[in-house]
Ligand binder design. Structure first.
Ligand code: DQA
Length: 142
């Protein structure tokens, strides 16, 4: 089983950006946490600050026969029809993850374009949300 952990803009700034929402752990810590919990599951990571790069990564996941995607589209969650369309195109089971509790934040964060193409959404669990998404996908895909 191959899982892609895909992260959008500013997730590379974890540990620096708004710790009141995102905590003190870094992007490297996030990768290590997921790997520690991966077991025999093959995990790939990709982070980009660019919308088109994320679309390319989703399309590549199809050709690379990725079984599931754990995806924090970050700010593009709330704006990107292109990313929604890419997820719909590839039909790879995708879990939407947000580190912060987006439902308790700004009104513009209440819209998620990607949600309708995702099998599950996890919010407000910090980096543990990625581990929960991994556990969910392992069960969902098998
Ligand atoms: C986020 C929430 C988004 O609203 C924000 O733009 C992010 C991170 C989260 O993980 O909580 O960059 O997706």
């Amino acid at each position: 089983m191959k899982i892609l952990v895909l992260n959008g803009p500013n997730i590379n700034m974890l540990g620096i950006r708004e710790p009141q929402y995102y905590g003190a752990a870094t992007y490297e810590d996030l990768k290590n946490l997921v790997l520690k919990n991966a077991g025999s599951t093959e995990v790939e990571f990709y982070q980009s600050n660019h919308e088109g790069d994320l679309v390319d990564a989703i399309q590549k996941a199809y050709f690379d026969k990725i079984d599931g995607i754990i995806f924090n589209p970050a700010a593009y969650t709330h704006t990107s029809v292109a990313i929604l369309d890419a997820l719909k195109a590839v039909k790879i089971p995708c879990v939407e993850v947000h580190i912060s509790k987006v439902e308790e934040r700004d009104s513009f964060r209440q819209i998620s374009y990607v949600r309708e193409a995702c099998v599950k959404t996890i919010t407000g669990k910090g980096l543990d949300g990625y581990v929960e998404a991994l556990e969910f996908l392992k069960e969902y895909i098998k």
